[in-house]
Design a protein around this ligand. Structure first.
Ligand SMILES: C=C(O[C@@H]1C=C(C(=O)O)C=C[C@H]1O)C(=O)O
Length: 443
């Protein structure tokens, strides 16, 4: 049994400013920051990494006053939103927050780019410090394997209270174009596999190498993504000097007590320059049979997974439009209540990868991608998120992302291919999607 000591202090500071003020001394960094909702977790340092959360218990307290230990073992697995011992989580009793960043295809033997390959294979990572902004308030959480020393908490508290307003930095860069001829050949292979009946849909990706005019930090890109016009959830995972980050619109799964939400997101058109243009593009997207078919594969898979491990499943029959800064998508929200005993990690594994990022059937599409794509995607399109000590949390699909080391990086984007897809149009669609991660370089 691993015992974790968690101390939570309510704070007033802006969590992003606090993160920027504290981050310098920490090479391990973790961010899950929903730009639209108070679901913001920013972790620094690594207290412990665990393969599973079943053998964990924690003592949580406000300041130095720890409460009686909670048996986290069951709590992480329980289908209830209450603390593991059945007591409701009160006030500042914010459970410890574990981060989890998972690769798109963890068993793909092909090499990832050199930056992505440098990350360790760890499952659940508990930071030493987590800055939290959620429906309970804003907190500074300090996690430890021994009782938390009050002086240490006080020092972090002072730094958080004195955090200056963050500053944005624009970073000039160039992108090395990827080969159009290689893309055309990949499209041909994908369309041949579809024509042969091997898959109905496959989601091909492109990656581009980026070189910056001067060194940049993970903080620079994080601040630009959070304060810029990209919509969605900002993700960051830094290990030593290398970091993976981006801003994704795609929720994979959210669990709060027995309430589960997911999102079917597939089918794309440009955002449009004016409201009128954007509405016309959205109407055409809704009416387009090819995009509706691409979308339906995702709806069917997510509904069937939820119908197996949940009840009260609600997935509307007609999609809506999600309008983002650079593109618009067809999107269908999904809601359900989870069967007792099914954990958030179980849900994540059952749902991921969806046909939105792999194809249909999923296993066949993954195998096809291993042979068509010349690289391993690493965390791109993987399931990335957090789980707290009550077993609640969420995972997003790591789209609109890249991996960087301070002077260069790799950016990734993909799109769904079905019968009749056109190589030039799909290439351009990925170009639009790449703009989101590239916007991290503009202040
Ligand atoms: C694969 C990506 O996006 C996915 C593919 C989409 C599509 O093919 O229309 C739309 C949204 C995402 O599910 C990406 O952004 O890289």
């Amino acid at each position: 049994m691993t015992r974790i000591y968690t101390c939570n202090i309510p704070i007033e500071a802006d969590v992003v400013d606090a993160f920027c003020a504290l981050q310098k001394g920490f090479t391990d960094q973790f961010v899950y920051y929903d730009k639209a909702r108070a679901c913001r977790y920013m972790g620094l340092g690594r207290c412990i990494a665990l393969p599973s959360l079943r053998e964990v218990e924690y003592e949580s307290g406000e300041g130095a006053e720890a409460r009686a230990p909670r048996g986290v073992g069951d709590g992480f697995g329980a289908g209830s939103g209450a603390a593991p011992d059945g007591a409701a989580l009160e006030g500042a009793a914010q459970p410890p927050v574990f981060f989890s960043f998972n690769r798109f295809d963890a068993t793909n033997p092909a090499p990832a780019d050199e930056l992505m390959a440098s990350f360790p294979r760890l499952r659940f990572m508990l930071p030493e410090i987590v800055l939290i902004e959620n429906e309970r308030g804003r907190f500074l959480q300090v996690n430890s394997l021994g009782p938390v020393y009050p002086g240490r908490v006080a020092r972090f508290q002072r730094m958080v209270a004195a955090a200056p307003r963050r500053r944005a930095e624009a970073i000039p860069f160039t992108v090395e174009p990827d080969s159009r001829a290689v893309w055309d050949a990949e499209m041909e292979e994908a369309l041949a596999a579809i024509a042969a009946g091997r898959v109905s849909k496959v989601v091909l990706s492109r990656r581009q190498r980026l070189v910056a005019a001067r060194p940049f930090s993970s903080k620079d890109l994080l601040v630009n993504l959070i304060d810029g016009d990209a919509r969605g959830t900002v993700l960051l995972y830094r290990y030593a000097d290398v970091f993976f980050c981006g801003c994704t619109p795609e929720l994979l799964v959210r669990k709060q007590g027995d309430r589960v939400e997911s999102m079917c997101l597939a089918g794309t058109c440009p955002a449009g320059a004016t409201d009128a243009e954007s509405e016309a593009l959205a109407a055409a997207l809704m009416a387009d049979g090819k995009n509706r078919a691409e979308h339906d594969y995702v709806v069917r898979l997510i509904r069937s997974v939820l119908e197996r491990v949940c009840y009260d499943v609600d997935v509307p029959a007609t999609p809506q439009i999600m309008r983002l800064a650079h593109v618009q998508h067809l999107f269908t929200p999904a809601a359900a209540r989870v069967l007792a005993g099914v954990t958030l990690a179980d849900l994540m594994e059952d749902l991921h990868p969806t046909p939105a990022v792999a194809g249909t059937p999923v296993g066949e599409a993954k195998m096809l991608l291993r042979s068509i794509e010349p690289y391993n995607r690493g965390f791109f399109a993987g399931a990335c998120g957090f789980v707290d000590g009550a077993g609640d949390g969420e995972f997003s699909v790591a789209l609109r992302t890249g991996v960087f080391d301070g002077e260069m990086g790799w950016v990734y984007g993909g799109c769904g291919i079905v019968e009749g897809s056109d190589a030039a149009a799909e290439y351009d669609e990925i170009g639009l999607k790449l703009r989101t991660i590239l916007s991290a370089f503009g202040a």
